[in-house]
Design a binder for this molecule. Structure first.
Ligand SMILES: Nc1ncnc2c1ncn2[C@@H]1O[C@H](COP(=O)(O)OP(=O)(O)OP(=O)(O)O)[C@@H](O)[C@H]1O
Ligand SMILES: [Mg+2]
Length: 620
């Protein structure tokens, strides 16, 4: 079942053991402190609010009573005024006046002893009552006086008037007292609402704190339900969890807990593992080497991490990352070991897929490069094929006259040999003629052979394999080589003007670059119908070498410009052009990190500009 196995192991000697019994330190104290201050604040605010409400309610009641007292006083005052006018008129019978006065006094006494009047007002009102008593007595005296023939009620009326004045004054004072008290009650009510708001805020913040702390901070561990929550979490987590004892008691660690995730990751989905010795994992889900690492972690009480691969029955792999940690009691003694398993199969499969696609990409890139090189080479061969006839003609001419010169020399030598005396014949002295002609003939032959050598060298350079080596090259020299190659194409029709500037050497593939220049020159020549000029300019800008090939030929139609660098695009008749020259040139310039651009005006020719970056010393 387990054909092969790979494993990564990392132990962390200095790492503190991860003890799952720990709670988040510090947070508990800080959170509780804040919460108790807030609770106290809320309570104090609530108590203040309540006290103010009761006080306001009492105030409101006393205001109500006082208002009632003011109303009663107003009524009594009105009655007294009525009585006073009756006395002035002298129309009312004394009996009814006495009863009315008695009723008024009764009412006033009710107000004095009632809940609405304060001590100060009571004093004033008692003075009014005294005046009323005097008025009553005056009335009684008036009844007696009537018996003596007197009709004067002035004394009674005066006392009534004074009493009523006092009551009006009291009413006014009571009224302003009432206003003051009602403002105070309003203030108290506002303050109590403020305190209620404060209490509400404190309660809300307290609740929020409690909620937050009952989350990840571990404050929930205070609660009695925490062990149950912890057990449920460990049972149901997607990570495999295995807990064993240390094995000290019976000599080998025993499995105390294994959750369902552990069982399915380790290949025992339906088996009861609790009570089994740890060694049962050996060779079933852990290979020998992995098991000894587990043992090493147990015997040294150290945390360890390892990765295992298990083969399923269907041949697929399960990758698991194991984190083994000792569990310590509060005194630091190791009591148990816990292993947490993470299924990293999907991650590893993704990595594997990524690695495969990267390899495929590299292979495809390699194939592409090979194809490109092949294309460059085939284009070169085709180009050479086209040039072969012209080149043959080029070589034929100098070789022809070198041959004829050598024949002349051979004839001269034969003549000298057949006439050893050196007698001059009809054609003159053969020796003299030989010496006179030989220098000129040899010079001509050397020039002719030089030309042949140049052409052959050019062809040799040009025909170098596409994957030619990288070396330092002089671009002006490569242009000269290209010119030699296309010399036949240029024929006598094209005047070539060269403006070759001072260039630094360039690290490049010279064989490929002269292929590009030859293509550009051949295209320029082919674009010139009868006679014309081709200008080749080179220039160094400080960061790049510029090569411009300009002709005054037919130019390029605008619709064709975007297709020039597409393979097999040609406007030339079959057999004349393959349409590969520019596309191959484009590829070559790209591999040199350069660019190639074209400008053309139909009927006035075209300019192709090649830019080749020259790396600075730092870049190389
Ligand atoms: N200097 C130029 N003047 C006008 N047209 C040009 C010039 N250079 C290229 N072209 C146009 O671009 C086309 C493509 O050129 P390219 O060199 O790729 O192929 P080709 O010359 O047709 O064939 P090959 O180079 O493979 O023999 C040419 O057919 C021509 O129409
Ligand atoms: Mg071409």
């Amino acid at each position: 079942m387990h054909d092969s196995q790979t494993m990564k192991v990392r132990t962390e000697p200095g790492e503190p053991s991860r003890t799952w019994r720990r709670t988040a330190p510090g947070l508990l104290g800080a959170g509780a402190g804040k919460r108790s201050v807030l609770a106290f604040l809320a309570l104090a605010a609530l108590a203040g609010c309540l006290a103010l409400l009761v006080y306001s309610w009492l105030g409101h009641r006393s205001i109500k009573d006082s208002a009632q007292a003011v109303a009663n006083l107003g009524r009594i005052t009105r009655q007294m005024n009525d009585l006073q006018s009756l006395l002035h008129d002298g129309t009312a019978p004394e009996g009814s006046l006495g009863t009315a006065l008695q009723t008024i006094r009764q009412d006033l006494n009710n107000v004095i002893s009632g809940p609405g009047s304060t001590k100060v007002f009571q004093e004033i009102l008692v003075r009014s009552d005294t005046l009323l008593t005097q008025a009553q007595r005056a009335l009684e005296r008036r009844v007696l006086a009537k018996a003596n023939g007197s009709t004067d009620h002035g004394e009674t009326a005066a006392q009534l008037g004074e009493a009523s004045g006092l009551m009006i004054e009291t009413s006014l004072q009571l009224q302003s007292e009432l206003d003051r008290r009602s403002t105070a009650v309003h203030h108290r009510l506002a303050l109590s609402f403020l305190l209620a708001g404060l209490a509400f805020c404190a309660i809300a913040v307290n609740a929020a704190l409690q909620l937050r702390n009952s989350g990840a901070d571990g404050l929930v561990s205070d609660s009695a339900a925490f062990p149950l929550l912890l057990a449920a979490a460990v049972r149901n987590t997607d990570e495999g969890v295995l807990i064993t004892d240390t094995g000290i008691e019976i000599g080998e660690p025993m499995i105390l807990f294994a959750n369902d995730s552990f069982k399915s990751m380790s290949g025992f989905p339906d088996r009861k593992l609790v009570g089994e010795p740890l060694r049962m994992l050996r060779t079933t889900c852990l290979r020998e080497k992995e098991f000894s690492l587990l043992e090493h972690s147990y015997s040294n009480s150290k945390s360890a991490t390892m990765e295992t691969i298990r083969w399923r029955e269907d041949g697929s792999k399960v990758y698991c990352e194991w984190h083994i940690s000792p569990v310590r009691a509060d005194d630091g003694k190791v009591t148990h070991f816990i292993s947490i398993l993470m299924d990293v199969t999907r991650l590893r499969e993704q990595e594997e897929a990524q690695r495969r696609s990267k390899e495929e990409l590299m292979e495809a890139h390699q194939r592409l490069m090979e194809n490109q090189q092949q294309l460059i080479h085939s284009e070169k061969v085709a180009f050479l094929g086209q040039l072969a006839a012209g080149v043959a003609h080029e070589i034929n001419n100098p070789v022809g006259y070198v041959m004829s010169n050598l024949e002349t020399l051979t004839d001269d030598i034969e003549e000298i040999q057949s006439n050893p005396t050196g007698r001059p014949s009809s054609a003159g002295d053969p020796r003299a003629r030989f010496f006179a002609e030989t220098r000129e003939i040899l010079q001509e032959s050397i020039t002719g052979l030089d030309r042949v050598k140049g052409i052959v060298q050019g062809l040799k350079n040009f025909a170098r394999p596409a994957e030619a080596e990288i070396k330092d090259a002089d671009i002006n020299h490569e242009i000269e080589v290209a010119l030699k190659i296309v010399n036949n194409e240029l024929g006598g029709r094209c005047t070539v003007r060269k403006h070759l500037g001072d260039l630094p050497t360039l690290e490049c593939r010279p064989g490929q670059l002269n292929q590009v220049f030859a293509n550009l020159l051949a295209n320029a020549a082919q674009a010139i119908a009868k006679h014309g000029a081709i200008t080749v300019t080179t220039e160094f800008t400080g960061s790049e070498i510029l090569v411009k090939v300009t002709d005054d030929g037919i130019g390029i139609e605008e619709k064709n410009i975007s297709q020039l660098f597409t393979p097999f695009f040609t406007t030339k008749p079959t057999g004349k052009g393959t349409g590969l020259g520019l596309s191959v040139s484009y590829g070559i310039i790209q591999t040199h990190n350069g660019t190639i651009e074209v400008e053309s005006t139909i009927g006035h020719g075209a300019t192709f500009t090649v830019r080749l970056p020259v790396p600075t010393k730092d870049q190389t």
